[in-house]
Each structure stands twice: as C-alpha cells, then as structure tokens.
Design a protein around this ligand. Structure first.
Ligand SMILES: C[S@@+](CC[C@H](N)C(=O)[O-])C[C@H]1O[C@@H](n2cnc3c(N)ncnc32)[C@H](O)[C@@H]1O
Length: 351
C-alpha cells in the first residue's frame, strides 16, 4: 500500500490506517464530559465568525452545525430560519444559544444524517474535521442534505485532541490538510470545486495565555464549496478577505514608491519602520548588498495576505515580507515560512 500522505494531483491514496486513532473507543466516551472551552484564541475566533458571516448570504438560512458544541460562531448579522446542532455532548449543545434544536449522534459510528434530502442552506463544521473517520460517507451525506447551491463550510486550525484525531491528519503539514479536506469534497462528487481561505501570522492577543511565548495566533483555514446543481443565476458568495487587512491605497508609481521607501525606510503597506537585516553568508547566492531593509511587522497587510497569495500560487506554507535593497533601490518580496523566520539577522538601529 502507498503511504497515506502522498499527494497525487490533489488526490490522496488512502489506506484504512489513515483513519485510525490512538483512542478507538466509542467517541461518546471521550466527549462524555462537557468542555466549556474555546478551542482557538480570540483573534482566530474573530476570523472564524468573519468567514461564516461573509459566506452565508441567504436571508433566512437553515443551518446545520455538524459536530457542534456550545458555540456555533454564527455572527448576529445572520438571521437563520433555524439552526440544528449535531454533536456528542448534551450539556454543551443545550448551552448553545444559537441552536433551535439539537441531536446527539456519533457520526463515525453512524454517518447517515437524519434529515431529508435538499433540506439545509448551509452546513458548518468548525475545528472538528480532523476527528472524522469516515469522511467520504459524511461528505456525501452533507451533499445529500444540502440544497443545490447550498454551502458546506469546513473551518479548522492546527490544534486538536491527539488521541481522537485521525492518523493522516497528524502526519500532515497544515497546508497538506487543506488539500486533504479539498479532496474529501471532490471525492464525494457532490460539490463544485472547493475554495480556500487562510489567515495566519497574526500577533496573539496580549491577554492570551500563550502571549509570552511570542508565537503567532492560531491559524485559521477554511475549505468550502457549494453543492452542485444550484441555480446558475443565484447570487455569488463573496470572496473572503482577512478582517484585519485593509488593502493599502497606494497611488504611487513603482518608481515613486521606491524613492519614497529609500527616503523614509518605512513599509508602504503598514507604515512601520523597516528593519536593517544582514544578508546571511551562503555559498549558493550572491547579493549585491550585505544588508536589506525588511518589514517584520506581523500585522502588515502585505505579510498577512501573503499566506493566501502564496497558497494560490502553489507555494504551500509560505508568506512573504516587504524588502528594500539599499544598493540600487529595488523592492521585492522575501518568502518566509513562518512569522519568526529570519529574525535572527535583524540588526537593531538607533532611531
Ligand atoms: C473540538 S470540538 C469543536 C466544537 C465546535 N464545533 C466548536 O467550534 O467549538 C469537537 C466537537 O466534535 C464533536 N464530535 C466529536 N466526534 C464526534 C462524532 N463522532 N460524532 C458527532 N460529533 C462528534 C464533539 O461533541 C465536540 O463538540
């Protein structure tokens, strides 16, 4: 059998061990005890609500929250006809203010959803797809209960309960997981081509319990698609943009921008002072300068939207930072694999 994490033009070769977990006892045992916790930090939760609020465009949608708990992350701007939550812990579901109705069902044991065909406008699955052991059956069932043109929105991050996550999920990089979920969509045969959204590299809120570790906020990934067969004249769902990213209004020509950066040593996208950065010695690349000026602001819109731009170009797991070369005045983008990369070469300068 081929390894379960080989990518073959966006299709994975699955063998049954891909969906095994450390804890193979019934899921109802693990979820017996209610967990009234949030699984993501506040920044990431805001992004989750923003994605849901952007993509649900129906006036009074019927929503199924699949693998629900006490918070469905549905913003108040959405006015559902009703929301049904399906999960495993009754106390959590009872405490969820958005639910009109809930039911307890182990979908790994019984993936058949107890709803009629073409019933819901939207199915949400938030930070839970990594626990699904029968994804193809469940994605097909979601396809069955959605109306044509209805939305299946799967949102996840990089945190999970290790004993209950499937093996393939734990072996993959974060970006491979995007492809895995996209593959679930396409293998079910029920959906249009899935779209992706990623929000990554934000600063952790100061009050967060991990803020002192200087690690970025929890990343948020969304993979979503509409059920095939929707009315071709239906309104289109808008593209999701990062809620914190205000695109800069730069009217400068490229030449003017270079001159402005050379004069001010400031990032034209966020206004933060550029850091002097020493070029590391390497036998492979020769630069015409021994230092650059680079924007290391993790909240810079250029950097934040770079994760998405790079993903769209097939450069998984990278963003880029704005870079200025003082020798010759060129500007370009420096690829970076994570928010803390290459910081060791920053030289602190006097203001
Ligand atoms: C990490 S929590 C996420 C809860 C919620 N969607 C949220 O965004 O906070 C995972 C949820 O999936 C549910 N779940 C796990 N395994 C399940 C299964 N086999 N069938 C149905 N629900 C399940 C649990 O009840 C739990 O509430």
């Amino acid at each position: 059998m081929p390894a379960c994490n080989t990518v073959k033009s966006y299709h994975f070769n699955y063998d049954p061990s891909c969906f095994e977990r450390e804890d193979e006892r019934p899921d109802s045992i693990f979820y017996q005890k209610p967990r009234f916790v949030q699984h993501l930090d506040d920044n990431a939760l805001r992004v989750v609500e923003h994605i849901i609020g952007t993509l649900i465009i129906e006036q009074t949608p019927r929503i199924l929250d699949l693998m629900a708990s006490w918070d469905s992350h549905i913003p108040d701007s959405i006015k559902p006809e009703f929301v049904v939550g399906l999960g495993l812990n009754e106390e959590e579901l009872r405490a969820n203010p958005k639910l009109n109705q809930y039911l307890i069902q182990d979908i790994n044991e019984n993936p058949l959803l107890p709803f009629q065909d073409n019933f819901f406008d939207v199915v949400l699955n938030v930070v839970s797809v990594d626990y699904i052991t029968r994804p193809l059956e469940i994605f097909s069932e979601v396809g069955r209960v959605l109306k044509p043109g209805g939305l299946f929105l799967v949102i996840f991050s990089n945190r999970y309960f290790p004993p209950k996550a499937i093996r393939i999920w734990k072996e993959m990089t974060e970006e491979e997981r995007v492809l895995l979920v996209a593959d679930y969509f396409s293998m079910s045969g029920s959906f249009e081509e899935p779209s992706f959204f990623v929000s990554k590299g934000k600063r952790r809120p100061l009050e967060d319990k991990y803020a002192h570790l200087n690690i970025a906020s929890d990343p948020v990934y969304a993979v979503y698609a509409e059920k095939i067969g929707g009315n071709p004249n239906r309104p289109r769902r808008p593209e999701v943009t990062d809620p914190d990213v205000v695109l800069p209004e730069i009217d400068l020509s490229l030449r003017e921008m270079k001159e402005w950066v050379a004069r001010n040593r400031v990032c034209p996208y966020c206004g933060e002072k550029l850091k002097k950065w020493l070029v590391p010695l390497t036998p492979f690349t020769e630069w015409n300068t021994d230092h650059f000026y680079i924007c290391f602001n993790d909240n810079c819109p250029y950097f934040i939207r770079g994760w998405m731009a790079m993903l769209k170009q097939g450069n998984l797991g990278f963003s880029y930072r704005f870079r200025f070369n003082p020798e010759g005045g060129g500007i370009d983008a420096m690829p970076v694999p994570h928010p803390n990369a290459y910081r060791e070469s920053i030289v602190e300068e006097e203001d």
